[in-house]
Design a protein around this ligand. Structure first.
Ligand code: FES
Length: 149
């Protein structure tokens, strides 16, 4: 049920741990499952030079954190802002429907780190105010409503 890529990133996660010289940090939590994801970034001249993560969560959350860090490494902050959970899932060759919300956590964690960067530097990235809270229950509700259409 999990793709080989998901299993690979779960068993051999890339960019794990705290980045000592990070200048942007984002942490998000899922109120329903209790999982927590923290992303560290070292951003120089608008480029994400280095990135790492610490995730206390399910296997899909670890695999999506790992893939998300790979996808934003070396990118500009603007490019990283465009990263969606869909792109992370595609890069992992998909996730089971019940695990889609875990990839949303990865997207939110990247956004939270970029928000931190924006606040520290005063650079307006046009981010929404509330990126720190992600409510799994309402996400599933909206997904179910989408599916009914
Ligand atoms: Fe919580 Fe996957 S079950 S992030």
């Amino acid at each position: 049920m999990y793709s080989e890529k998901v299993m690979d990133h779960f068993e051999n996660p890339r960019n794990v741990g705290k980045l000592e010289d990070a200048n942007a940090v984002g942490e998000v939590g899922n109120a329903t499952c209790g999982d927590i994801m923290k992303i560290y970034m070292k951003i120089e001249n608008g480029i994400i030079e280095d990135v790492s993560f610490k995730t206390f969560g399910c296997g899909a959350a670890i695999a999506t954190s790992s893939m998300a860090t790979e996808l934003v490494k070396g990118k500009t902050v603007e490019e990283a802002l465009q990263l969606t959970n869909k792109a992370v899932m595609e890069a992992l060759d998909g996730l089971p429907p019940a695990k889609v919300h875990c990839s949303v956590l990865a997207e939110q964690a990247i956004h939270a780190a970029l928000k931190d960067y924006s606040e520290k530097t005063g650079i307006d990235l046009g981010l929404p105010e509330s990126v720190h809270e992600f409510d799994c229950a309402s996400f599933h509700k909206s997904m179910n409503e989408e599916n009914k259409k």
